[in-house]
Design a protein around this ligand. Structure first.
Ligand code: PRP
Ligand code: URA
Length: 209
């Protein structure tokens, strides 16, 4: 499949520009990330299955559609992925939330797993991994590996900003996983940071460093 969907609605581009600005503080950064995730959610959930039910409006009986089929599971990659959970939960409050803890070793840039906990019925859910940054792709590939080992069969990856290198890496190891991004940037620098990017997403979200 090897599919990348760029959700570049003007509102998303505007808000992302504010997030990239180094003078934007943590409070605004967090709020903007939630808002963008909600806007991306519109595309991410576009193909959700519906079923017809009978209801009674104040005027008449009618048939109308509600969500059916696979339920959603949201999986933030800790820490920065936490900043994208509320945006999706606002849209789909019944979604369950799993967590996978990975940090990138600053020397090797390889992901190190330190935590994971998922809903029990993971194989029956459409799992949506969220993380603002897709850089080398190591963290995303590792998170998808873990989810698949636990039985997930339907997985989407949602990132705010991606480097071409990261997209290629995910496609190489997990061609079945659709990737949703708000922007594809130019490249990685020598420290594995996305250029132009927005810096360290976790530090900017939580005010660390
Ligand atoms: C960041 C980011 C991704 C990862 C991307 O997390 O949130 O998880 O780096 O890089 P990669 O594509 O090269 O793996 P980080 O390791 O800084 O951890 P944090 O969220 O706890 O700050
Ligand atoms: N992780 C981040 O938070 N930012 C980058 O640019 C790359 C990895």
């Amino acid at each position: 499949m090897k599919k990348v969907i760029v959700t570049d609605h003007p509102l998303i581009q505007h808000k992302l520009t504010l997030m990239r600005d180094k003078n934007t503080g943590s409070k605004d950064f967090r709020e903007l990330l939630t808002e963008i995730t909600m806007l991306m959610g519109y595309e991410i959930t576009r193909n959700i299955q519906l079923e017809e039910v009978e209801i009674e409006t104040p005027v008449t009986n009618t048939k109308s559609k509600i969500i059916s089929g696979k339920k959603l599971g949201i999986v933030p990659i800790l820490r920065a992925g936490l900043g994208m959970v509320d945006g999706l939960l606002n849209l789909v409050p019944a979604a369950k939330v799993g967590h996978v803890g990975l940090y990138r070793d600053p020397e090797t840039l390889k992901p190190v797993e330190y935590y994971s906990k998922f809903p029990q019925d993971i194989e029956e859910r459409e799992m949506i991994i969220v993380d603002p940054m897709l850089a080398t792709g190591g963290s995303a590939v590792a998170a998808i590996d873990v989810l698949k080992q636990k039985g997930a069969v339907s997985i989407k990856l949602v990132n705010l900003v991606a480097a071409p290198e990261g997209i290629e890496e995910v496609h190489k190891y997990h061609p079945d996983v659709e990737i949703y991004v708000a922007a594809i940037d130019e490249r990685l620098n020598d420290h594995g940071y996305i250029v132009p990017g927005l810096g360290d997403a976790g530090d900017r979200l939580f005010g660390t460093k």
